[in-house]
Design a protein around this ligand. Structure first.
Ligand code: C5P
Length: 306
């Protein structure tokens, strides 16, 4: 593939299998422990290198046509980190809802960093990409590798885990947006547990290669989000009444997810919640290997003749 050919790169959404808020820090952020998982809902980036150093980013969501769009900021960061003279024209097609708890903006940023690293031949190690990407947002380092990971600190410390059990997820979108900051601000002292049994239980199952204990899925931010946004609480109640065995808020919400082991069960729930008028979609776990492959620019060997 010629070096100046445009490429398409997916930027996968995430869900939080667990998210424990462990306390407030002196820098205003909160100390977290969370198991995050990439899923098959994705934005699409088209990235075309250009000889002179200019950077542009066009999107199909007008509200993101702004200079501090995270994808564009990631491209500037890649330039600043390496003093490369190459530029890029980026197009961003949004599928992941914004301010939904699915990490869309963070994933776009990480995908741009990883793709430009390959496209521009920067050769920055993955650990360095994770490190520099933390300046763009707490969630961004996770998306550099994706898959299943335990994140801690304010979210920027990423410990890759073996891929968790592959699951189907029904994602349901309550008709409201939640700013991450607002969800953290709405936390009451009583919401913050002194200890978090859920994350270690989920991590232990993942490390042993066992099925996920779905009754251990948990999210501290669910409490303030359900209190502050009654429509999210109503949507969750409808989801459970429609037969979802579990329904959790992802991140700072409002997206709810219900996990399933079989497509038949997931598809049946999807049909029922759509009948109730909810905006819902089906997705699946996406492994780390799949995320890394999606950004690998190594030429794919052509099929052998004969
Ligand atoms: O890091 P990011 O810009 O994504 O965070 C958005 C906001 O969410 C922060 O300004 C902060 O108010 C809140 N936050 C927090 N604790 C975290 C992560 C985010 O309080 N660990």
């Amino acid at each position: 593939m010629p070096a100046d050919m445009p490429i398409f790169v997916p930027a996968f959404a995430k869900i939080n299998l667990t998210l424990a808020v462990l306390g407030r820090r002196s820098d205003g952020y909160h100390e977290l422990a969370s198991v995050m998982q990439t899923v098959s809902l994705y934005d699409t980036l088209r990235i075309a290198p250009r000889a002179e150093g200019a950077l542009t980013c066009a999107t199909d969501l007008p509200e993101l046509d702004i200079p501090d769009n995270l994808a564009l900021r990631a491209a500037h960061l890649a330039q600043a980190t390496t003093t490369t003279l190459i530029g890029a024209d980026i197009e961003l097609h949004k599928e992941i809802p914004v301010q939904a708890g699915l990490g869309g903006g963070s994933s776009d940023a990480a995908a741009v960093l990883a793709a430009l690293n390959a496209l521009w031949g920067l050769r920055l190690p993955t650990a360095r990409l994770e490190q520099v990407s933390a300046t763009l947002g707490s969630d961004v380092p996770f998306f550099v590798r994706g898959g299943t990971a335990l994140v801690s600190g304010r979210g920027e410390r990423v410990h890759a885990l073996p891929d968790a059990e592959a699951l189907w997820f029904v994602l349901v979108q309550p008709p409201v947006r939640v700013a991450t900051r607002a969800a953290f601000q709405a936390l009451a002292p009583a919401d913050v547990a002194a200890s978090d049994p859920h994350t270690p239980a989920i991590v232990a199952a993942i490390r042993r290669g066992q099925p996920l204990p779905l009754d251990q899925l948990a999210n501290t931010l669910e409490l303030p989000v359900l209190r502050s946004y009654p429509v999210v609480a109503r949507t969750r109640a409808l989801l459970l009444a429609a037969g979802a065995p579990q329904a959790r808020v992802s991140g700072s919400g409002p997206t709810l997810y219900a996990p399933f082991r079989t497509l038949a069960e997931a598809a049946a729930l999807l049909a029922r919640v759509r009948q109730e008028g909810m905006l819902a979609r089906l997705c699946r776990s996406v492994s780390r290997l799949e995320v890394m492959h999606s950004r690998s620019l190594a030429p794919i060997a052509p099929p052998r003749a004969g």
